[in-house]
Ligand binder design. Sequence first.
Ligand SMILES: CC(C)=CCC/C(C)=C/CC/C(C)=C/CC/C(C)=C/[C@@H]1[C@@H](COP(=O)(O)OP(=O)(O)O)[C@]1(C)CC/C=C(\C)CC/C=C(\C)CCC=C(C)C
Ligand code: MN
Length: 388
Amino acid sequence: MSGVNANSLLSPMPRISSSSSSRSNGCKKLSLFSCGVLASSAAVANPSRSSEERVYEVVLKQAALVRELPKRDGETALDWDKTIQNEGISDGNLLDEAYSRCGEVCAEYAKTFYLGTQLMTPERRRAVWAIYVWCRRTDELVDGPNASHITPKALERWEKRLTDLFEGRAYDMYDAALSDTVSKYPVDIQPFKDMIEGMRLDLRKSRYENFDELYLYCYYVAGTVGLMSVPVMGLAPESKASVESVYNAALALGLANQLTNILRDVGEDARRGRVYLPQDELAQAGLCDDDIFRGKVTEKWRSFMKGQIKRARMFFDEAEKGIGELNEASRWPVWASLMLYKQILDSIEANDYDNFTKRAYVGKAKKLLSLPIAFGKAVVAPQISKMW
Ligand SMILES: CC(C)=CCC/C(C)=C/CC/C(C)=C/CC/C(C)=C/[C@@H]1[C@@H](COP(=O)(O)OP(=O)(O)O)[C@]1(C)CC/C=C(\C)CC/C=C(\C)CCC=C(C)C
Ligand SMILES: [Mn+2]
């Protein structure tokens, strides 16, 4: 691929600011906090409104947007793929070129995921690429080579650029692709704004008092990706599940991925002065920041890590419940990404919980093996169960 690198993804940004999100009150239920993996601090830390409740409001809003979609002849509200197909995907050379550049970035940065998207319909595939590129560029702002120059002002400009592209004013080719995607699929701007909020958080915060705080961070930087992806991946027309439950599963996959990322990168983050672990749970385990900076694997550390891994796995389990509700052609990349990420947790265990000096990874052979297994879960198993 021709010259895609972190710098070239980030072209200059226009000025002006825009406001960030506001959320209203009033939600119900909760899931993984209350399941008692670790005595979670959510209710204690914020008795009035936990992060999980706040995020659940966003989930409800996203689900409502989908449910409110106008129905056209022969379509259900959940089957918007036909509409896109009827409108055709060739919108002129420039747009095709914009999408194919997104595909190149995706192929360069996320090879396995790119492969996974090959089973999706061409229009969904290119829409997922466009979302991927926007997320990657947003992440690069605080994680990439120019991260030390990124200020809140720069993030304001990035957000202004986001609102522009949602209104049809694209700044460059990658934005043009996303602008087209959000005009065709019922994708809401809120998760995108929230991801930028996560980048703001990264600029000003390097410690998390409890899981409630960490949950919100994980939602901002990764749960949002799940919410952005569902409208593009589409729901199975035959699905009987509620739209909320599918969004919840998507959210859970983003959270699980991010929690896994955090556990994999403990040593690397500590070297940057960052600890993305709940401080109260560290204290309960008899640990503190200094233990992390020292980086010695002790019994206390192993036991702490076991709890954290258990929680991440519970989020993966929650996510698995929703994959079968997605449009059939979208299930494979999701299963593949879930299986690959989940195996990072196995690898941390195999490293005897040394995530200070060893980077947990999934080897090529295991990666390759995961693809047909994911295919089996996504495509073959549902066909078999239809036959019975
Ligand atoms: C089909 C599919 C998997 C679609 C998602 C594609 C997509 C839009 C991905 C964007 C990912 C991205 C670049 C996010 C930016 C923030 C970020 C980097 C988050 C971390 C990802 C891992 O990246 P990496 O290992 O490279 O991390 P480093 O920056 O290098 O440290 C994350 C951990 C989060 C990624 C989150 C997802 C892929 C969410 C997936 C959820 C769904 C696709 C919903 C599935 C639906 C159901 C019903 C389960
Ligand atoms: Mn990153």
